[in-house]
Design a protein around this ligand. Structure first.
Ligand code: ZN
Length: 135
């Protein structure tokens, strides 16, 4: 079951500068921020907790990062919407019956969550992530 929007992700060139921008926008102090490196994706991630949801700022750590490639092609901006799912295996079966195919099998993402993505070609050109909390 899909429960809520877990986070909205934005690709940025400079994580500190973007966190400062969102600190001003939200009027939050830095206790709402958390930074994590996800080596598998070659990104540094800044999380800003807003109630039950988060904004995720993605800064590439190398030109090989998928986020670097995204920024080179599109510039900074909206990268994906993540939906919180109870059970990724069950969601895969459900999506398969709807002829929607994930880009790849689930893998570990930031925060130790299991994540998988749906191709934007199938989702009105918005990359969708399904995220399941670590059990
Ligand atoms: Zn995400």
């Amino acid at each position: 079951m899909i429960n809520k929007i877990d986070h909205i992700a934005i690709a940025v060139n400079n994580l500190e500068a973007s966190l400062e921008t969102f600190r001003k926008i939200l009027g939050y102090d830095e206790s709402a921020f958390r930074i994590e490196e996800v080596a598998s994706e070659k990104v540094r991630v800044g999380f800003i907790t807003i109630g039950e949801s988060k904004i995720e700022l993605l800064e590439p750590l190398s030109d090989e990062s998928p986020i670097a490639k995204f920024i080179a092609k599109n510039g900074e901006g909206m990268h994906h919407i993540a939906l919180a799912a109870d059970n990724l295996d069950a969601e895969r079966v459900r999506l398969d019956a709807e002829n929607i195919t994930p880009l790849a099998p689930p893998k570990e993402g930031a925060g130790g969550k299991q994540i998988m993505f749906l191709h934007p070609k199938q989702t009105n050109r918005v990359l969708i992530e399904f995220a399941q909390k670590k059990k």
